[in-house]
Design a protein around this ligand. Sequence first.
Ligand code: ADP
Length: 630
Amino acid sequence: MANVSLKHIYKVYPNGTKAVNDFNMDIADKEFIVFVGPSGCGKSTTLRMIAGLEDISAGELKIGDTVVNDMEPKDRDIAMVFQNYALYPHMTVYENIAFGLRLRKLPKDEIHNKVVEAAEILGITEYLNKKPKEMSGGQRQRVALGRAIVREPKVMLLDEPLSNLDAKLRTQMRAEISKLYKKLGTTFIYVTHDQVEAMTMGTRIVVMKNGYVQQIDTPKNLYNYPANKFVAGFIGTPQMSFFEGTLKKDGEFVIIKFDRSNAEIKAPYSMLYKAKPSILDGKTKVYIGLRAEDISVVDNAGKDCAVIDVVVSHKEELGSETLIYGELCGGEEGAGESRIIIKDDGGREINAGDVVKVALDIGKVHLFDKETERSVMPRIPEYNYLDCQVKDGKLIFHNASFDLPSAVKCVDAKGELLLPLNAVTLDGELKAEVLSCEYINGVYLLSMSINGNRLFALSREKVESSTVNIGIDFKKITVIADGEKVIQPIPEVNSFDCSFIKRKTRRSIEQNGKVKNKKMIEFGFLTEDVFFAASDEAAQKIFSALGVKKAVTSQFKMECGIYDISVSDSGIPACVNRILDYGKDIFLKCAVGENTVYVKTDKEYVGDIFLAPDMDKIGIAESERDIKII
Ligand code: ADP
């Protein structure tokens, strides 16, 4: 039993294919995690890196509390089940299951007991003396599972184990693997391209595309709250229908207009209160997504019903229900996708060519930005988008006024405030009424009211009180007036170009009671001609990501947080351009070569200074392939 942690995991194959990019996930002990996505999205590569069958290009992989990047597969306490079973054809089932245990030189009795127990769990006791070729695909896969079980691994890895089985057997084995998982109480990581398998088996699912994680969530949340159009289309059968259109706010409603239909549909604004307001301008293009079960054929347009006309192209009779495929009619010709799939109870006679009236369950609509394809109704919004005014050194929004610290004082202006949720602190002066406190994937989304206007914030803890005091972290805000950013946030991370070098040095070492001055070789990072020694661990990570030769010829970016670099007696030469006083915090805005660097300070320095990053907290990214190594 073990948790598995993947931090900034990358895989770049020798031919340059970036199969996995910045994979981050904490898998808890006893979870059943499914990696799902279309062929080539990087799911097997990720699993094989966990198994140790594939080198990790960069990042840190932990099983339990141990970093296992360089550990042999056999020492990782994992067991893997493959699509092709990988059984030894000349051995009996018994011998196949016992094989690994024999290699580990376990006593005969113990091996026997384990094999018999595993065979019982899997219902293959009567086949123990048979050879794999005498068994069906399903039975062979059970043997492969048996071989994995007897190892009593901390983590079970399964790579498309059911792909070679026919549909009926697959459904049966799916249930059996789920049962086995419950019985064993072990962490399972399961790879499949089949979203039904993922949805029915996983406690959480990782949806991948082109080497990037798209969303990690429970099956229910993926279905109800897909983060982008890809996830929405990939999860659920039949596939979600998508149309292009626009959204326009109209009082307490939003009018959804389809490009390929003359219909206009009114949705309550309460559905879209987390959306970026500019998307509700009636011009910005969005994708409107609806699942087949949320669309139905109706005889008459009800009064408040969202109804559109559809030309039927064909249908699929599934017995208890019928899937009707059609095209939206009316509207602009050729304006994007128009295919619609409808689930009907099959009670009426519908034929190809018919024009039918179709009702849409607007409460179930999904909306995606056409440019980014990200949901415009996210569970956690990225920003509070607020009308604001800067006047006499004060920032005014929602009829509330905040004194601007000197760091962000600017000329009087009217415009839009982009206030990230983590810039709303719960320790300020202004009272806000708590409207709701919603738990979403590890954090609480606070929805509050200030003078009747909504404001979002995040909290690590549940907020039970009806009011909270809020403040603003002015380092994080943006104010846009007349298309110009009159107030800008400071970046949270500074970035320097650097190289990784080897140098000779002398160090005093005590040996047999005598202090000796010894020649040594040390590795470190060179930025702006200043050397910073790398820890052994950091150097090791660079070598294992690149090899010794490439490590010293590659270009890197050293990244350090604005709190993780300080003024020092020696270090990177910098020139202070400005002192930024945010009230609670003071920062120096410095020029380092061509770059601007921000540094937290307690004193107000002027002119030339030296900066020293905290080497335990820096990040290192390789520039050429853009992969994070530390
Ligand atoms: P999936 O399991 O999602 O189908 P894989 O992890 O097998 O995808 O592959 C991810 C990407 O890496 C694909 O583009 C594939 O072609 C590529 N790839 C896989 N194995 C290798 C390899 N040994 N050498 C080069 N490229 C590879």
